[in-house]
Structure formats: structure tokens, C-alpha cells
Design a protein around this ligand. Sequence first.
Ligand code: AMP
Length: 391
Amino acid sequence: MNILVANLGSTSFKYRLFRMDQDGGEVLAHGGYERVTDHAIAIDDAIATLQRDGIIQSTDDIDAVGFKTVLGKDLSGCVIADQSVIDALDGFADVAPAHNPPYANGIRQFAKALPNAKLVALFETAFYQWTSPASAHYAIPKSWRDIGIRRYGFHGASHKFIAERSAELMDRPDVAETTRRLYLDGQQAPDAAPLRVVSCHLGGSSSVTGILNGVAIGTSMGFSPQSGLPQNNRVGDLDSGAIPYAMKKLGISVDEAARQLTKESGLQGLSGVSNDLRDIAAAANDGNQDAHLALDALAHSIRHWIGAFMIELGGIDALVFTAGIGENNTAIRATVCNGLENFGLHLDAEKNTATRATEATISRDNSPAKIFVIPANEELVLAREVFRKLS
Ligand code: AMP
């Protein structure tokens, strides 16, 4: 099955064409466009390029298109991308303004360009469909809950991949199979010994998710991708009282407050140096105290959420690091794991230092709980879920 994974930004379009079968898949082609003003033109050009390069003979050779949609009002899961998906994206366009409109538009364009292809949306919120009401709800008035304000969670594709892969590494094929079939079967009642995993997706955008027997029990991100850990330019968790206070004191509008919390906050705002952890670490090495603070605040927040999920899970069997920072930044991993031996997590300092951008076990051989680095590959995750959905 040939599956095109479409990654749509407000001014960008990237794609990766996979040939998928039961045993996995291979990338047939990939490409992308920046500074896009009309997604329809970019999409048509991508399809024409695939034909011209002989990757496909006709548009019918693309069996399906997968979309990593972010946040739908009243809709989640891995679903056929029909009008209901477009309506759900439009319903929350204000909450995810950089993500929802390009995907709604992209789905419309692909329906025109590839009328015979199946279109499938995998919502980033999908993995959290089975979290408990207690973990999903904020203590807000009913009228606020009625307009859809609750904890949704994001990075679902990445954390679900970690759930599946960590179960394989922990020699728990039963749990891996539960996760593989999650969007087909829904949650299954686990009757085996619990497998308790905490997954840390640390990148430009970061979150920590607790996973019991392959199913998420909660995550650090909430209503919007603004929440949880400090992100590259986004604030992460913030006391709601701070927003009206800052608006009055600084004399700024709600839109300007939202802009500053989205563009000028997070690691950029705290460090005053950069939104990239490599630059921040270099500045900290040079003695920049604000850069130190940004590194410490990130590590503190990661540990805060790991601790929360270890309590919820009743312990931990595996801690996983993934995404750009999680895969490459050995210092953050060491700081996060510091002093967690009483919880069964013994980091092997040498293995940690030696591991970058590759799958590895970085705990000591005799560590009761394992610590893994598992590279993220969100396009492949999407291609797999689309293949499962359609086969
Ligand atoms: P992502 O959003 O997953 O691409 O992650 C971006 C973040 O990962 C940035 O803060 C980078 O500093 C960090 N990162 C990416 N690659 C590396 C690398 N090779 N070494 C250290 N940090 C990296």
C-alpha cells in the first residue's frame, strides 16, 4: 500500500511517500515546500514531481494520504478524513491556529487532487482517549467545560510509538500488540502483569506521558500545546492568574498576551538567548545565568511530570527519552535521572554519554527499571497507523 504522509504548516508542506506492508515499510520519496502561499499549488506540484520522477505512474498509485491532525472539537482518534474531520478542525481553529487551518485546507486539496485515495487523519490527541475523567478535567465552571475546555494532550503519535517499541524492548509482545491494535480495538482490559512506562518527548515541543500496558493514563500537555513543559517559544504551564495581571500591568491586549506567551516565552523567554537547547547549553557553559535557569527549569519540569506519573502508575518499569533533545542531549538526560536510584532507575553514565540519535538502553545492566533512548519517526508512525486502519 502506497501511503503519502502530508505534513502541513501554515506556510509549508512536506511529504513522505511510503510503501507499507505487514512487515513494515520503506520510503519511496520525500520532498517539501517552504513559503507556501497556496497549498493547492504545492500539493499539485508534489504529485506531478512524483509522476515525472517515475515514483508513481498515475495518481491512482497513491492509495492513501495520512494527516497528523492536531486538535479536533468533539473528534479524535485515527479516522477517515471526511467532512466531519474538517468541521472538527474548523471548530478549534482558534485553539491551534498554526495547525488546524492548514490541515483542514490540505484535506480539501488532497480530496480534489487524489479523488481515489483514502484520506486518513490521526489526531495528536488520539492516544489520550482513554485517560480518566479525573486526569482530563480542569476545575472550571460547567459553561467552560461545555465549550470543550479540558485536557486533551498532544504528541500522541510519538508517545504511542514509544508505548509500542518500549513494550517490545521490555519483552512484552502482549502489550506491544495491544498498542498496535489500540485504534482498531479500543482499550483492552489488561490481565497481565502491569507494564509501567513514562515517555519523555523532548524537542522543540515537549511532553511527558504516563503509559500503563500500552495505553496512556495522562500527559503533561492540556487544552492547547501551550501547556506542560517549557517549549521552545511557548510558555508551558502558567498560573491562569498571571494572564489578567500581566495584561493590566503591561497594558497589553489579550491577543498580544497570547502572542508573547506563544512566541516570546518558553526556553527562548527564560534564556533570552535562543529557543534551541544547543545554543542555550553553550551560553550556560560560558556562564550565562539565564541560560542556566532555562536548562534547570526544563529539567525540573520533566522530573515533576515523571514523578507525577510514577505515583499514578504505582512505580516504573521503563523511562524513555525521544525527540531532538531526548535523543541527543546527554546532559539533560543525566540531570533528569539524577538521584532516581531509589525508584529503581540507575543511569549508566558511560552508556548515556555514548548515546545520540540511536536506539539504546542507557540504564545499568542491574537497574531494576530500564532507561531507553528511542528515536522518534513521526512520519513512519503515521504511515503505520494509516496502514493498520485501512488493512
Ligand atoms: P525536535 O523538535 O525534535 O527537532 O527537537 C529540537 C531540539 O532538539 C532543539 O532544542 C535542539 O537543540 C535539539 N537537538 C536536535 N538535534 C540535536 C543534536 N544533534 N544535539 C543536541 N541537541 C539537538
